[in-house]
Design a protein around this ligand. Sequence first.
Ligand code: C5P
Length: 400
Amino acid sequence: MLDGKRILLIISGGIAAYKALDLIRRLKERGATVRVLLTKGGAQFVTPLSAAALSGEKVYQDLFSLTDESEMGHIRLSREADLVVVAPASADLMARMAGGIADDLAATALLATDKPILLAPAMNVEMWAHPATRANVALLEARGARRVGPGTGDLACGETGPGRMAEPDEILQAIADFFARPTPLRGRRALVTSGPTREAIDPVRYLTNTSSGKQGYAIARALAYLGAETVLVSGPTRCTPPPNVTVQNVTTAEEMLAACEAALPVEVAVCAAAVADWRPTTKPNQKLKKEGAAPVLELQENPDILARLSAAGPKRPPLVIGFAAETENLVENAKAKRTRKGCDWLLANDVSPESGVLGGDCNQIHFLTPQGVEDWPSQSKDAVARTLADRIAAHFEGGA
Ligand code: C5P
């Protein structure tokens, strides 16, 4: 079931390292090729000889080994795999990954790889519960790392609780699930806009809004996960770029429009950005001085990116999806907006301050299509993104 799949298995320090030897055997039995990279700590628990004997391949250990580097540079090592598995993943190695530190071969390969990563953490219960580890794991997952375990039980240190590395069978299952996951949007191109735009008043001041970009980033991530070749055109946000997504950073609405037009043709465009509706008409080269009367800002309308993408023409994406952020008469206003903008689907959400949607993690959507309105339950922005991506995939599978 893993025929021809190439696994780079990184074994870091921890008593659970002995289970990694069993994992190598099972992966090989299922047809995978396994290349092992052993950290200094890992080599305290399993020998390079056992790993080499089981994998049938040379074992890599040293960043500065002349022979290793001339045979297989660390960059190639990090790229010539379909999946990088870290088992056991120690608290220390995950902290170095989170911090972007490259102080040994394992950390360097993990920083240099462009391949998906599966972590099988193993450590003492308090180390697992420590806020530093929690934050590091959350960050690695936000960057796209997958995780299996840890399980709960008796730990080698004599304590009990979560921290046990997942059993080789579970890790094997997680690896199989990764390779078996459906990618119904493979071969399709998607464009997503996200975040606010910033419109300069002078060189140091600007108009913007409170959009965090979270919903658009989640949508880009969900589309890429289903296999779509995804371009995310993002205004200024603090969001982490999703894995396997091409991010085009822009500042103004006009730049966003240009980046979107450059990304065409696409099969689906999702406009989740909170584009500033107006921009100052003039953009002085110097900072406005606080002298005399307060300045009066003259504004002009920005291009409506959703409406432009929805307009008929040879490059119109077959499926254009917009958002409607409303504070009153949500569904009525959204219906009118869908018609006015000319998009196919529209996700309407209540952004009144008491809803907590803007900048928050949850969203309640009314989903408008030509067929009618569906009320989705209140759910996380990630869940909204996955639901939408599934609907997009179903739409195309339906022969569109
Ligand atoms: O008109 P309103 O801003 O409420 O419309 C919201 C929808 O239109 C969102 O999908 C947003 O991304 C899109 N939009 C746009 N360009 C604008 C204004 C809004 O793409 N200038």
